[in-house]
Design a binder for this molecule. Structure first.
Ligand code: CA
Ligand code: CA
Ligand code: CA
Length: 326
């Protein structure tokens, strides 16, 4: 599905490509934390199926060992979201080898079939752990060539999975692909992508978060779906041809969908999907889920750095100037 071409990779590696691709959430996304709940969690707390999948691409010419570092891997302490007692176990796994990413079940909304495809390289389960609270844990060293070799996706691909296997609490965490075990050092040219994203919104009403899906030349329309947004403000599209087109926003424990046409100028560019918090009602601790599909029902990838840079609206391309909505 993700047939992104050599030209796009070249764009990625051009001056637009800054070395901010290694943390997830990405620097340009301005998202505070990833979220995964325990398997007995209530969906109304903001996670529909208690599993998160993030892919990492390592360039084929990179040969040194890599480490996948997880910040605050435990579920307990100050960062996480407690329900009753802390009783959540979170299993982290990293897959490489054939099928890790290319298996269609790994690129679906639902955790069904062979979503855990590929070769399991390493796994570890954490509960409440004072020693790791607020600290980094490094998976690795991993040899880059252990990833699935998919040059169209950016090189050797690894699948990181966080799965809540017990309990009902919310695990907040973030990730960094590093060339060293004990600190965050960029793996040059590497980046992350994901097809469904579950995260915590900022509490500060002035913050704006972003995701950057890439629109390949097959896409004529996108359908966005979000879950448990708690009516927390607006979601809008900024692109070369859209100046704040609004997307539907869901309520509590609820889904919303909207469909948006893609113009020819938007092909082979990124969209800047902006998530602007509710400035009237103060929504706190808001965990949300979002994904996009093309007209064939295939999920579209979001990238930790916007491919081709952050898009800017061009008045000469938009059909007619629209007022921004903030
Ligand atoms: Ca609990
Ligand atoms: Ca945590
Ligand atoms: Ca929510």
């Amino acid at each position: 599905m993700l047939k992104f071409k050599l030209t796009i990779l070249l764009v990625l590696l051009s001056e637009n490509f800054v070395s901010y691709a290694q943390p997830v959430p990405g620097v340009d996304e301005n998202i505070p934390h990833l979220v995964t709940f325990g398997s007995k969690g209530e969906t109304g707390w903001g996670d529909d199926n208690f599993c998160q999948i993030i892919f990492f691409a390592v360039p084929t010419d990179y040969s040194k060992p890599i480490y996948l570092r997880v910040h605050d891997p435990d579920t307990g302490g100050t960062m996480d979201e407690e329900k009753g007692d802390w009783d959540t176990n979170m299993m982290y796994s990293i897959f490489g080898g054939k099928g890790a990413c290319s298996n269609k079940d790994a690129q679906q909304v639902n955790i069904e079939g062979n979503y855990d495809s590929g070769t399991l390289l390493t796994t570890k389960t954490f509960g409440e752990d004072d020693e790791l609270d607020g600290k980094w844990y490094a998976f690795g060293p991993i040899n880059p060539s252990e990833g699935e070799f998919l040059p169209d996706y950016g090189g050797y691909i690894f699948k990181f999975m966080a799965e809540g296997i017990s309990g009902d609490d919310g695990n907040l965490y973030h990730l960094y692909l590093s060339s060293e075990a004990d600190k965050n050092i960029n793996v040059e040219g590497a980046f992350a992508f994901y097809f469904k994203y579950k995260f915590r919104m900022h509490d500060n009403q002035k913050e704006v978060s972003h995701i950057y899906p890439f629109i390949d030349d097959r896409v004529v329309s996108i359908k966005q779906t979000n879950f448990d947004w708690d009516n927390d403000g607006i979601i809008r599209i900024i692109s070369i041809a859209k100046n704040g087109e609004l997307m539907s926003v869901s309520g509590d424990d609820d889904w919303a969908q909207s469909t948006h046409k893609i113009t020819k100028e938007e092909k082979n560019t990124s969209l800047d999907i902006q998530m602007i918090k509710n400035r009237v009602t103060h929504v706190k601790n808001n965990n949300v889920v979002i994904y996009l599909e093309n007209q064939y029902g295939e999920l579209l990838p979001f990238y930790s750095v916007p491919i081709g840079g952050i898009p800017k609206y061009k008045y000469s391309i938009g059909l007619k100037p629209q007022k921004r909505n903030n």
